[in-house]
Design a protein around this ligand. Structure first.
Ligand SMILES: *Cc1c(COP(=O)(O)O)cnc(C)c1O
Length: 377
């Protein structure tokens, strides 16, 4: 385990993203490469290959990577608006805010969809998805979130993938907050499209998302896009024919991402990154348990990406005060997003180490004392 080195005066981010990045990742951006520069185009090619290998696949297996400008949501919306034909229909599996967001994309884009909704603290039931697909044969594709960052819950994407494939439907996984840190088998999942972004577990800077696509599924989408800029097929064609983005690429973010990928590899790939994030999360759990905080999720559903904590019932606890005082101590946590329960979230991803989590915990304790809270138990 490498020691935590403070690389900037900025507060470490215990959030779902953007996240703390390493100094070399930030330094990689101190250049101005043109969008047609050969060095830049070679880096884009390498990144596309490296991302496939992070997913455990390669071009020879029939997979392609498309990079898309914009934040993660842009990549998700690209798939939602491209991956089904004009008369197609999505089945959106929802157990949090990011699932809800996909349903909203369908509404805004006038795309037919159906939802299957679960409480935010429970995982989707594969049997019910099987039944939903049997009941409505007009459904063409299924969308699901890998790690619902709303709470930190992990969804059973492999099990559900087998059902989606049994019905011969297109399968899309929003793996934004999981890809690069949670080991899974892309091929076994049967994923046709998987989206993540530069600034989550790969620890790059914000600016683009990427989509791992089954080539067969991607080729079928030609002419299906509802927009010009988010057209996955055309974006892929551009990258394939002259290696370029169709519109201004996030050149600096791509240089940073290349460095982030190198660091990911140095850390031992997905498995290595998982080790550090698990240590971060274990450190957090022990400390928060000791202080008397209560987790929102049952332990069997909880990921090591982000943890939701219920607001303590103590009469002196007030989240805004807690949040701002922690900020003054130099730590950024995140408000909750759960709809039926008052929670806040602490992320354990990004360029942070167990020692950073320890420092956060010390400040949480101090902050509580400043609020005249000496025990939560
Ligand atoms: C972060 C996140 C998104 C959205 O990403 P933005 O970069 O904020 O647009 C989508 N889905 C999940 C699961 C996420 O964690």
């Amino acid at each position: 385990m490498r020691k935590s080195v403070s690389t900037s005066k900025d507060r470490p981010l215990f959030t779902p993203g953007p996240l703390t990045t390493s100094l070399p990742v930030k330094l990689a951006m101190l250049r101005d490469l043109g969008s047609r520069d050969n060095e830049f185009l070679a880096i884009v090619r390498e990144i596309r290959t490296q991302l496939l290998s992070m997913g455990g696949v390669c071009q020879e297996d029939g997979y392609e990577t498309v990079l898309m400008q914009g934040s993660g949501t842009f990549g998700v919306e690209a798939v939602i608006t491209c991956a089904i034909p004009p008369d197609g229909k999505w089945l959106v599996v929802i157990n949090g805010a990011y699932g809800d967001r996909i349903a909203k994309m369908c509404t805004i884009n006038h795309i037919n969809f159906k939802t299957i909704k679960y409480p935010e603290n429970s995982v989707p039931n594969p049997i019910e998805i099987d039944n939903a697909l049997s009941d409505d044969p007009t459904i063409t594709a299924v969308a699901i979130i890998h790690c619902e960052t709303t709470t930190g819950i992990i969804n059973p994407i492999e099990e559900i993938g087998r059902i989606v494939k049994k019905h011969g439907k297109t399968y899309f996984i929003d793996s934004m907050s999981a890809f690069g840190a949670i080991e899974f088998d892309l091929q076994a999942c049967g994923a046709d499209f998987l989206v993540s972004s530069a600034n989550k577990c790969i620890e790059g800077v914000p600016g683009f998302s990427f989509c791992l696509c089954k080539k067969k599924a991607l080729l079928k989408t030609k002419g299906w896009s509802r927009t010009l800029s988010l057209d996955l097929y055309e974006q892929w064609l551009g990258l394939e024919t002259n290696g370029q983005f169709r519109f201004t690429p996030p050149t600096h973010g791509i240089l940073a991402f290349k460095q982030a990928l190198n660091e990911h590899l140095e850390e031992g790939g997905v498995a290595g990154r998982a080790v550090r994030y698990k240590l971060n999360r274990d450190t957090l759990k022990v400390g928060m348990d000791t202080l008397g905080f209560e987790e929102y999720l049952e332990p069997e559903h909880q990921s090591y990406i982000i943890t939701s904590y219920r607001y303590p019932k103590h009469p002196n606890f007030e989240f805004e005060t807690f949040y701002h005082k922690l900020n003054e101590h130099g730590f950024v946590i995140y408000p909750g997003k759960v709809s039926n329960s008052e929670c806040f979230r602490i992320g354990t991803v990004g360029r942070i180490f167990p020692s950073d989590v320890q420092s956060l915990l010390q400040s949480v304790k101090l902050t509580l004392e400043e609020m005249d809270i000496y025990s939560l138990k």
